[in-house]
Design a protein. Structure first.
Length: 322
């Protein structure tokens, strides 16, 4: 019961506050732990692929283990002092695990810069939320990149953390954030991380397999709430959900492309190297600046719908258990 209350409060705080600049965020601590552990493990600079892969496994164990143990210890200590202190601590943790408003705010910085005809500013803003090269993107490319990251992170930053919170509270939530943060920092297929980051990338794929598909399901339903095309969303999802090197990222991107009636993905440059990707969606119309706003409306409707359904299921299970 206390965890359910905490998750509700955490999600509401995320909707209201987001991630204000300058505020402490534990994900930065996880990032520092990843960087520090990587430096320690790779101090000798070996180029042996087997050793690098094993080092990557050790890093994954250290980071996920520390994230789980620290969050569990803090919550246990809070509960032993008073149950409502546990609620306060778990609420704060749940809030920090979710990223719905933060995703909207960061993508809207791209929108605002484009509306001011500030292409350099828009490139910089989108570089803060995507991993691709942005210096060569035109206005259309910047807008498309912003829409794609909102679509993909509807799962990674919102629905997947929400699933973890509903199933295992903040402890499982921090486990997921550790897995996801490692993938974003070392899960690249470049010379430096091809072997060292492979395990982290694969485990991120495993952990996101079910949430990404649940996200797509909820996004299709959300598209039918008004202003979007749910039939096209379902059609493109069935046809294009596997058109990505990742088994998960195109799940929600395909739905978003269909709902907005645009094409997404295609060739993308990372670290100066062009990666060829299949296009998803039908070119019923070209991506435009306003699609960033539309993608965010779809994001919020998807998260609210998923939150309502999962909360109802959790309360039902709690009632039957009691």
């Amino acid at each position: 019961m206390y965890t359910t209350i905490a998750v509700i409060l955490g999600v509401l705080l995320d909707f209201l506050i987001g991630d204000p600049q300058g505020w402490f965020h534990p994900i930065r601590l996880i990032g520092n732990l990843i960087s520090g552990t990587e430096k320690m493990l790779r101090k000798k600079g070996t180029k042996n692929p087997h050793i690098e892969f094993f080092q990557g496994i050790l890093l994954w164990i250290v980071v996920t283990g520390a994230s789980v143990l620290v969050s569990a210890a803090l919550l246990i200590a809070a509960y032993l002092i008073h149950p409502w202190l546990y609620v306060a601590a778990a609420s704060a943790m749940s809030y920090q695990i979710m990223a719905t408003k933060s995703l909207r705010d960061e993508s809207m910085k791209v929108y605002d810069a484009l509306k001011r005809d500030d292409l350099p500013g828009a490139r910089y803003a989108v570089s803060m939320i995507v991993g691709r090269d942005t210096d060569c993107l035109d206005e259309w490319g910047v807008a498309k990149a912003a829409v794609e990251t909102v679509a993909e992170n509807t799962s990674d930053g919102c629905i997947a953390p929400l699933v973890c919170l509903m199933l295992g509270g903040p402890v499982l939530g921090f486990f997921y954030k550790a897995v996801n943060t490692m993938d974003s920092m070392i899960g690249y297929k470049n010379e430096k991380y091809l072997y060292f980051g492979r395990f982290a990338a694969k485990m991120d794929d495993v952990c996101n397999f079910l949430p990404s598909r649940l996200s797509a399901f909820f996004m299709i339903l959300a598209a039918g709430l008004g202003g979007f095309d749910p039939k096209q969303a379902a059609k493109i999802y069935r046809r294009d959900r596997q058109k990505s090197p990742s088994p998960n990222s195109a799940q929600t991107e395909a739905v978003c492309a269909g709902a907005l009636q645009v094409e997404l993905l295609g060739d993308t440059s990372y670290f100066g190297v062009v990666h060829h990707k299949e296009v998803i969606g039908d070119p019923i119309r070209q991506v435009e600046i306003e699609d960033i706003k539309r993608a965010n409306r779809l994001l919020y409707r998807t998260v609210l719908l998923a939150f309502g359904v999962m909360l109802a299921l959790r309360i039902m299970v709690l009632y039957l258990w009691i």
